[in-house]
Design a protein around this ligand. Structure first.
Ligand code: IMP
Ligand code: MG
Length: 183
């Protein structure tokens, strides 16, 4: 029988730490966006666990939508060639858009997405990422997240939305995988 917890090498961000992150970021966003027209956009699919927990910690009226992006290339790195597979359902003109991402790695995905959204006349566009690998940022990328859950070391992580080959998203924490899984 295939189980998922046994494939985890190490827990990097525990369920308790994730709860604390969601509470802290939710409170910050509640303060920063009071009186604004908040539109939460989750980047599919990695952000959905984070987005559902984070938004329940935001005490403001808000709308949610999803942007489906798929990046070409291998399963453990992104090429920066991003394809939009699900666009937003409505125009974002006049909204204060907060993009929710699972992890900021090279930053190429979010660079592409934010450039695409710039032309749509949102009132503001900002980024909230659960995880950041700052030392992995590509030199041509100019992305500065307004909110970061926590930094993670430069290793491949899974869980709480993040996948390896589309699996392990349902782990309730963030962990690294045993080498035998991806080698
Ligand atoms: P970027 O365009 O290089 O910033 O890559 C962003 C996307 O790559 C994320 O939304 C993830 O889907 C994926 N990614 C990057 N690093 C990891 C990781 O360590 N685990 C799982 N997915 C990752
Ligand atoms: Mg992703």
């Amino acid at each position: 029988m295939a189980m998922i917890h046994q494939d985890v090498e190490k827990i990097l961000v525990s369920e308790e730490e994730l709860r604390a992150i969601n509470k802290r970021l939710g409170e910050q966003i509640t303060r920063d966006y009071a009186g604004k027209n908040l539109f939460i956009v989750g980047i599919l699919k990695g952000s959905i666990y984070f987005m559902t927990d984070l938004t329940r910690n935001i005490d403001l009226p808000l709308e949610i939508d999803f942007l489906g992006v798929s990046s070409y290339g291998s399963s453990t790195r992104s090429s920066g060639e991003v394809k939009i597979v699900k666009d937003l359902d409505k125009a974002i003109e006049g909204y204060d858009v907060l993009l929710i991402e699972d992890i900021l790695d090279t930053g190429r995905t979010l660079q592409y997405v934010s450039e695409m959204l710039q032309s749509r006349k949102a009132n503001s566009i900002a980024i909230c990422t659960l995880l950041d690998k700052p030392e992995r940022r590509a030199p041509e990328v100019n992305i500065h997240p307004k909110y970061v859950g926590c930094d993670v070391p430069n290793e491949f992580v899974v869980g709480y939305g993040l996948d390896y080959d589309q699996k392990y998203r349902n782990l309730p924490y963030i962990g690294s995988l045993k080498r035998s899984i991806y080698e």
